[in-house]
Design a binder for this molecule. Structure first.
Ligand code: PGA
Length: 251
């Protein structure tokens, strides 16, 4: 059986049930699963997550961070602050932040360094737009996002990152990549990272994200180079998320 990494991302949403109930249920679901379960939450909910998930198997974290440890950055939250709330993970470079908040590869790189310095697991997102795919630029775009995002990181640090391939055209659209498309990219990404940073393919953890749901999870997650999923919309309903968490695939 392959151990899957199932990472929910609430974004700026509340789950369909009360958050306390949601987190308690998630904790119970994770307990009876062999898979790794994680949820990313808006900053104001991290205190509640800390209270309810501290003793549970569920990992939790933020959806963003600032790269400086402290200072005059109104409205921002630093990595040491996230640590105070017991966060294990933090999303970096999500396409929504790249699009709406000017999260450049350079900023992604600074955030990765800040998180790794504090021994937190970064979830590094990247992926091509529809236009880039149509112009056959997918691999080029991804290589740039990875090489610029990973500047000056050692192989040992890169091993600690959870990578999330998220084609922008599949995020929140209800149209996921096919399992064949996702696997083709996952293989390319793992082989590229292994070659560039002197790692083995097996040392890289790679998630697929983009309209992953209870119906397509089995098909996509069973692919050889895909280790799990980053789940937006379908994690808001804990019962739907449960179905994804309970996916069982052969090694
Ligand atoms: P989605 O979001 O599952 O709603 O497509 C995925 C993501 O943005 O991480």
């Amino acid at each position: 059986m392959k151990k899957l990494y199932l990472f929910g991302n609430l974004k700026m949403n509340k789950p369909t049930c009360d958050l306390t109930e949601y987190l308690k249920k998630l904790s119970k679901i994770a307990k009876s699963s062999e898979n790794v379960v994680c949820v990313s939450l808006p900053y104001p909910y991290l205190g509640l997550a800390q209270k309810l998930l501290k003793k549970s198997k569920v990992l939790y974290g933020a959806e963003n961070c600032h790269y400086e440890p402290k200072g005059a950055f109104t409205g921002e939250v630093s990595v040491p602050m996230l640590k105070e709330f017991g966060c294990n993970t933090c999303i970096v470079g999500h396409s929504e932040r790249r699009t709406y908040d000017n999260e450049t590869n350079e900023k992604v790189n600074l955030k990765l360094k800040a998180l790794l310095k504090e021994s937190m697991t970064p979830i590094m997102c990247f992926g091509e737009t529809k236009d880039e795919r149509d112009k056959a630029l997918t691999k080029k775009v991804i290589k740039t996002q990875l090489s610029e995002g990973l500047v000056d990181l050692t192989a040992n640090e890169i091993k600690k990152i959870v990578f999330a391939y998220e084609p922008v055209w599949a995020i929140g659209t209800g149209v996921s990549a096919t399992s064949k498309q996702a696997e083709e990219m996952a293989k390319f990404i793992k082989e590229y990272l292994a070659k560039e940073y002197d790692l083995t393919v097996g040392e890289i953890v790679l998630l697929y994200g983009g309209s992953l749901n209870a119906e397509n999870a089995q098909d996509i997650l069973s692919k050889t180079h895909i280790d799990g999923g980053l789940i937006g919309g379908a994690c808001l309903d804990v019962n739907k998320y449960e179905k994804i968490i309970n996916t069982v695939v052969e090694e």
